[in-house]
Design a protein around this ligand. Structure first.
Ligand code: CUA
Length: 324
């Protein structure tokens, strides 16, 4: 109904109606107080105007009940805003476990989007309807920001680290994708579209694009495995002699807690693996020496994503074996 108003893009994700409801609540509260305050200002300005003198003695100096009222009512209202906003924020920050993983790379001035199958898109993102999609994002140069108004998601894309966002599209169609962080001359041209397809059509699209590029493309995992060989990671991370390994095993690593030299424990997520490749000494695994050289400058952001996918696949293979 509001689809033609640019202020109100379509609600095309599961969180969109919730975000809008909070937004309308904030607008309604603000509007109520604007009307109340301005009405009182005008009313009192008229009532106590200069031409109608009052006796100063009749002015009350304090009124505890009134003071309590204008303290407690705003407190209650702001606490509602806070708890509502916080719970929605936590929902928006935690992608469901079964989400489809998409890697997003921002650079001046385009979006590169990578599907787990290895399919790579530029300024276009095809996703299935009714399935959560998790975006793991980084930038090759400056700060960008990934914004899909119809899904009510926006997240900064920062060089040197991974940020995440997720959504679940509810309606097939095409939606705008914007960069919302000023990132240089062609910032305004750093736009794209998100195509939401029925799951069947999405599968066809994936299969079709795979068939049309036979041989030249492979999945992120396969390319990651090739890069893993090329960089000779296996020298330290795979046992050549039984029991002799210079670096920790990567099998079953992804998503698991890792005990560090300094006594801390971290979860081996995308950010941890990325950091360990670029700055190996930052989080040294307990029981190992700081022998690993940095791979900063040798692996591109896309290469990192491939390596992470490969390491992730080692973890998942292990999980499957464990379950059987
Ligand atoms: Cu990228 Cu603005």
């Amino acid at each position: 109904m509001r689809y033609n108003l640019p202020l109100f893009p379509p609600q095309a994700s599961t969180v969109a109606p919730q975000v809008d409801a909070l937004y309308y609540f904030l607008v309604a509260v603000s509007a109520f107080f604007i009307v109340l305050i301005f009405s009182l200002v005008i009313y009192f300005a008229t009532k106590y105007r200069r031409s109608a003198p009052r006796r100063a003695a009749a002015v009350p100096h304090d009124n505890p009940r009134l003071e309590l009222l204008w303290t407690l009512v705003p407190l209650g209202l702001t606490m509602v805003m806070f708890s509502w906003g916080a719970s929605l924020y936590f929902d928006l920050r935690q992608p469901p476990a079964d989400a489809l993983e998409i890697y997003v790379l921002g650079k001046q001035w385009m979006w590169i989007l990578q599907h787990p199958s290895g399919k790579r898109e530029i300024n276009e993102l095809h996703v299935p309807r009714g399935r959560p999609v998790k975006l793991t994002m980084t930038s090759e140069d400056v700060i960008h920001s990934f914004f899909i108004p119809a899904f009510r998601i926006k997240m900064d894309v920062v060089p040197g680290r991974y940020t995440t966002a997720w959504f679940e599209a509810t309606q097939p169609g095409e939606y705008h994708l914007f960069c919302t962080e000023y990132c240089g001359t062609k910032h305004s041209e750093m736009i794209g579209r998100v195509v939401v397809m029925e799951p069947v059509h999405y599968q066809h699209w994936l299969d079709g694009s795979r068939a049309s590029t036979t041989g030249s493309r492979s999945s992120l995992e396969v390319r990651g495995a090739a890069l893993f060989e090329e960089l000779r990671c296996a020298t330290c991370h795979k046992a050549t002699l039984p029991g002799v390994m210079l670096g920790p095993s990567l099998v079953g690593l992804f998503g698991r807690p890792v005990q560090l030299q300094n006594g801390e424990t971290v979860i081996a997520d995308e950010a941890y693996i990325r950091e360990s490749i670029l700055n190996p000494a930052a989080k040294l695994v307990a029981g190992y020496q700081p022998l690993m050289p940095t791979y900063r400058g040798q692996v591109s952001e896309e290469g990192l994503v491939q390596l992470i996918s490969y390491i992730r696949s080692l973890g998942e293979a292990n999980e499957m074996r464990a379950e059987r």
